[in-house]
Design a protein around this ligand. Sequence first.
Ligand code: HGA
Length: 606
Amino acid sequence: MCGIVGVLGDHEVAPILVEALKRLEYRGYDSAGIATVNAGRLDRRRAVGKLVNLSDLLVHDPLAGKSGIGHTRWATHGAPSIANAHPHRARRVAVVHNGIIENFRALRDELVAQGAGFESDTDTETVAHLAQVFLDQGLAPREAAERTLERLEGAFALLFLFEGEDDLMIAARKGSPLAVGHGEGEMFVGSDAIALAPLTHRITYLEEGDRAIVTRAGAQFFDDQGRPVNREIRTIEIDATRVEKGGYKHFMAKEIAEQPSVMGDALRHYISESGEIVLPGGGIDFTRVSRLTMVACGTAYLACMTAKYWIEQLAGLPVDVDIASEFRYREPPIPEGTLAVFVSQSGETADTLAALRYCADKAQRIVSVVNVPESSIARESDLALPILAGAEISVASTKGFTCQLAVLALVALEAARQRGTLDAPTLARHIEDLRSMPGRLNAALATEPRTEAIARLLSEATDVLFLGRGAMYPLALEGALKLKEISYIHAEGYASGELKHGPIALVDNTVPVIVLAPHDRLFDKTVSNMQEVMARGGKVLLVTDARGAAEAGEGVWQCLAMPEVPELFAPILYALPAQMLAYHTAVAKGTDVDQPRNLAKSVTVE
Ligand code: HGA
């Protein structure tokens, strides 16, 4: 999603802005731009496509100045074009925006009637013109920005820069995240701490409704009522090496390979030396919980679907799983005793955050599972459980997903312990099994050369089906999602038993059917469904273990043998072949793996 940066520096700011925007590239974007104030004069440069186009433009048409704002745009209103790229400008004001101004049509009509000339199709441009109207009325920049913000409906992170003001940026947050970075005689603003990582580690996160008046001397913060407020400066340790590819061709490849180590970190964080589960903040009192509502989007939603199998089976608690964008407008009843759980890698997913706010005064407790502990979702939860995956840069989530699964598995086991639904030896065995997962993930990574060879064949396909049964069903959905996200091959995931109720009509010898089937208690059932596919000429790729391959591998198109894994945690391990297949298929097709078309990371608009 859109990335915002702002710098009041003591060096030429254009290269610093472009570098900071590069660190936000991972969010996905279609165009980019910067604006600076140089000796009072406001100017801007914008380009469509990758940041290199903006850099090239700046070589031929440089932009001087030590104060500036920058933006990577993921279009919501208006096609990716130079005219629609940010910063948007009215005469004396430039603005960059993340979010959607919902009343922009009415504002635009009003401004056009007053003589404003619009250049773009965006909602954002109304903000610049509105601020200019207030400047024209003789208001100072700060009041003009304030009066502008009062008129805006919807969600935004906004950063204003003004002609004639070399030492001023105004930042505002309603719905979309924004952070202020504190330097020595320099000040910064960014969509997240990663954007500011090499510039400063001292960060203040704007709270919902906050505005910040930023000068080189520091920042003053005001709440949504305009009252001055103190906001904490935190020291954020973002390991710069975690934001680099580290010799891998793509961030996705690096993040797939990191899974054993980051999962080890996560498990050590939550499991004591003596094998007890330790949740932070006093944990969760499951004796007071009668059901769970789990809400998320995309891959995180599929992690919740997997957790439903675990929590229901291990702890005997009913679990509802919802897509956040549906949940928030359906306004479901939240029965007493409901524990509401929100899962989001970035912790900023707009729909998930809205769903959390809907539950805030209704659920017994709000728990979140996030990768960014300073995120809005974490901060608005009663209890935030970090997944400790480290910065995830690739748009397609990999280590984020498996670390979410690991933390949710621990939640399921802790619920079972408190509710007495597992005896002590069984619980201890499951915890030990979970602890063994990093080693098993390493063994799964060793199958990569074979996965790569199969992926080359898969890249010829135009449609692919994924099948799974039990907790492998959400993984079939995840395998299909990953493949379509980055290789653009149409893929669907189905519950194996559901195949004959419709999708089997799609099967012919051009449609690879990927069957995710460890040799577990449901293996025979899944194999029967697989036989139904093969009987109709379908090409089956069986992803199984050595026993599964020995029993059912004969006659399949391809067989991929995974290491042994305890049945309960097979979805964690089988995520890896699904990820590696998608990755190598995308590489074979030559797509933009880390920033697939039309997609964005940290989905901060609804
Ligand atoms: N609505 C604005 C900004 C879009 C955005 O925030 N995307 O993440 C536009 O379309 O330019």
